[in-house]
Design a protein around this ligand. Structure first.
Ligand code: C2E
Ligand code: CA
Ligand code: CA
Length: 499
């Protein structure tokens, strides 16, 4: 490919200069002999040679102008114009914002980013020509919506990213937020070759002083809602940007946290209300950096996104197995659970690593006691059911219990529930928080009944009050975890508690 491109790159300029050289040589030879023929004396010869020189300069300049004009046009088109819809692209928007930043000092404008979430379906199955027709129809509809907005006397510019998935609308001067919100439909539908094609999208916008940063701001606004099915439009929020930047900072520091002994384990006991005793605990990571505790919610998500959360989870697994071995020596048979992040569940090498660690630490010698439990979020289980299904099954054969964490929050599909290779269901805190509402009680009651009928153990997470505990007992759930009984505590304290 590289050789092919190189040939293409050098061949055309070579041909052009070669033709110029041949024609130029002919021109010099022919014109010289012609001048010598027609010049009657020396003065005439000098005169004709001067005219010839001037003619040469003028014709070369015209030629250079034509060539550079077309080349420049080509460069501008390929750099700044979307090749399919011919709208100015993202690079164009960057330059435009930079230009306006200088000319419209401190004035406010709106940048809206429409991020199409399902466009690849069309790209994969249609030709570029058809794609162009589809997108032009979509843009037509979008223009209709924009022009129906009451934004007279505003300058409106539309940009389209080369990968087709992002459309930017820049409106100057700034407009009212309600106008932006009013133009939101959940989707735009177009009619193409007797088919309806739905463009689904998320919208991020920012109202701010004109600057290149506006582009990053709309990215942040979209990023915040991209995984949330319930929200389709979001205004840039500076706090979220600070939050992400902080996460990024922690991402750089976490690698050294293990080496510097900055990680600790806290355990939150799980409690059986009927038997009045601790039935195990959940291990939760704690990071103390420069004397300050950094909550997992600040560093786990970025580690998950950057596929490096396995560092923490492997460290946790090793420590928990070692801890359980010491408990075994003291005849304490309480199970401890660890959290595994979604992408680890999908990652076959991580499974092998888990088994390796367990083998090295001789876990299988005492595995019959089921001292290890792995918590996998509901989202992971239902999202990629077929693929991950086999792996938890395999762990269960090795006497590792599997529980669904945060059950009920987003992706539950009842049809899959009976098939899951799991032992325990952890009802999410959000249901427990609302137990005083009758409808929630009905819901939680049916969840408990259903899970028990399917032979899954049920535990309620985030139980904080006596009232919640009473209701849960009434509804038939006797296992709880939450501040009501105990917050997560250092390992030493947990050991004291269970001895
Ligand atoms: P999670 O697995 O749902 O863990 C429960 C979280 O709820 C813990 O927060 C716990 O401290 C908190 N909690 C427990 N009871 C109550 C209560 O009564 N009220 C309230 N308000 N909160 C309660 P924590 O320790 O901050 O952990 C947050 C999340 O970070 C965990 O949610 C888990 O998803 C993740 N995480 C923690 N440790 C690890 C780890 O070692 N590996 C991985 N992959 N994720 C971890
Ligand atoms: Ca958990
Ligand atoms: Ca949970």
């Amino acid at each position: 490919m590289q050789t092919f491109l190189n040939k293409k790159k050098y061949f055309s300029p070579f041909i052009v200069s070669f033709i110029y050289m041949i024609l130029g040589t002919f021109w010099i030879l022919l014109s010289d002999s012609l001048i010598h023929h027609i010049a009657l004396n020396k003065e005439q010869l000098t005169y004709f040679q001067n005219v010839k020189g001037i003619f040469f300069i003028i014709s070369s300049s015209i030629l250079i102008y034509i060539i550079t004009f077309f080349l420049y046009k080509k460069i501008i088109n390929s750099t700044y114009i979307n090749p399919i819809t011919k709208l100015p692209n993202t690079q164009s928007l960057i330059e435009y914002l930079k230009y306006l930043e200088n000319s419209l000092k401190n004035q406010s404008a709106v940048l809206i980013k429409i991020h199409i979430v399902n466009h690849f379906d069309y790209i994969l199955c249609v030709s570029v020509e058809k794609l162009k027709e589809i997108y032009l129809k979509f843009l037509d509809k979008l223009y209709n919506i924009i022009s129906s907005l009451k934004v007279q006397n505003k300058s409106i510019e539309v940009f389209h990213s080369n990968n087709l998935e992002n459309i930017y609308i820049f409106i100057y001067p700034s407009i009212d937020i309600t106008i932006i919100q009013s133009f939101i439909n959940k989707f735009i539908e177009i009619h193409y070759q007797e088919k309806e094609i739905k463009f689904l999208y998320k919208i991020g916008y920012t109202i701010n002083k004109v600057s290149e940063d506006m582009l990053h701001e709309v990215e942040f606004a979209i990023k915040q809602i991209i995984k949330n099915d319930a929200i389709d439009i979001n205004q840039f929020d500076n706090h979220y940007k600070i939050h992400l930047l902080k996460q990024f900072e922690y991402y750089h520091k976490i690698n050294s946290a293990i080496e510097n002994n900055e990680l600790f384990i806290y355990i939150q006991p799980k409690y059986n209300l009927l038997e009045n005793k601790i039935i195990g605990g959940e291990a939760l990571i704690r990071w103390k950096h420069k004397g300050e505790f950094i909550p997992p919610n600040l560093f786990i998500p970025i580690l998950e996104e950057t596929k490096s959360v396995y560092l923490i989870d492997q460290w946790m697994l090793k420590n928990i197995i070692n801890l359980q071995k010491t408990h075994l020596d003291k005849n304490i048979f309480l199970s401890l659970s660890i959290n595994l992040s979604p992408e680890e569940i999908e990652n076959i090498t991580f499974y092998k690593q888990i088994l390796n660690i367990l083998e090295k630490l001789n876990y299988f010698d005492f595995s019959l006691k089921s001292l290890l439990e792995i918590e996998i979020t509901e989202r992971t289980f239902f999202y990629n059911f077929k693929e991950i299904n086999e792996r938890p099954k395999f762990l269960r054969q090795k006497h590792i219990k599997i529980s669904i964490d945060d059950f009920g929050v987003n992706y539950s599909s009842l049809s899959l529930l009976p098939k899951l290779p799991i032992d325990i269901i952890k009802i999410d805190k959000i249901f427990i928080d609302n137990l005083e509402e009758k409808n929630y009680r009905v819901l939680v009651k049916s969840m408990i009944d259903l899970c028990q009928k399917l032979n899954y153990d049920v535990i309620a997470e985030g139980v904080e009050t006596e009232k919640q505990k009473e209701i849960l007992l009434e509804l038939g759930c006797d296992k709880i975890q939450g501040y009501y009984y105990s917050p997560p505590i250092p390992v030493e304290k947990y050991i004291e508690l269970i001895q």
